[in-house]
Design a protein around this ligand. Sequence first.
Ligand code: PBG
Length: 322
Amino acid sequence: MRRTESLRALVRETTLEPGDLILPLFICPGEGVRKPIGSMPGVFNLSVDEAVREAEAAAGLGIGGLLLFGLPETKDEQATGAWADDGIVQQALRAMKKSSAAKKLVFMADVCLCEYTSHGHCGTIREGREGWEVDNDPSLELLAKTASSLARAGADVVAPSDMMDGRVAAIRRVLDKDGCANTPILSYASKFASSFYGPFREAADSAPQFGDRRSYQMDGANAREAMREIELDLGEGADMILMKPAMPYLDIVRAARERFDVPMGAYQVSGEYSMLQAAFERGWLDRDRAMLESLVGIRRAGADFIVTYFALEAARKLMQRS
Ligand code: PBG
């Protein structure tokens, strides 16, 4: 059954198509800006005009959608840039929705405060008994405001990645109140405190200025807790779930697939991308084969769609093959 490519294709269990892939974009102020990210070859900070071009390229390749992150002009304690109606991602959404890509892509907007707070944490902070701590409940209001503002600017899906407790319910309530009852929530329900986010923090300029994210993101040793987090988010009204990271956590992706009958994505995060890129640069791995194998593995584990920085390149390869 493995003798020829046609035989192998006939019995192949897992498919991978451009439409399964979601491309993350990092939107920055300015015009004509296409600033390369050192630790992520092929990834850029894009100004709105450049991002529109990238969206059109993605649409042309049949990619499923985009996931938008923003680098605001200024940061403050209240993450104003996240929820301001003229915020950088809001501007990008309005421009993209007018472009030829609009009908072909699903526009997902990441909902988090870390790119917008002066301290780089995903919620607001306060002085606690043992030093600073993230202030869960006041953060919910800002996150919900952010989600509503992004949905009103044109996001088809809002994707909270902050890991505050209760944020899905808070976001749902405000979306419904603000006339966005039809906007689904893709919750990063299972998100681990991972070293593999390192390169992203260069791309999104979102490294915490002190401490780390272990008081709100999950401990990498916990699988049962991931299931509980997903259950809670679904109970609060999440429509889809996102698993993150992917490769070091494929067992969690599989466990979630078997347990929950909701659409599920997995995020091949920045560190997964960067380490493959580093190996490609050294000629240690075959670029096309390793890239596609890493993506098929995530699909095989049970993900319906994959957020990946390889989206454009992988889609090009897949189109050449078919
Ligand atoms: C924001 C956010 C992060 C990522 C997605 N949304 C960074 C973090 O939690 O520190 C990481 C994505 C990646 O590494 O590619 N909270």
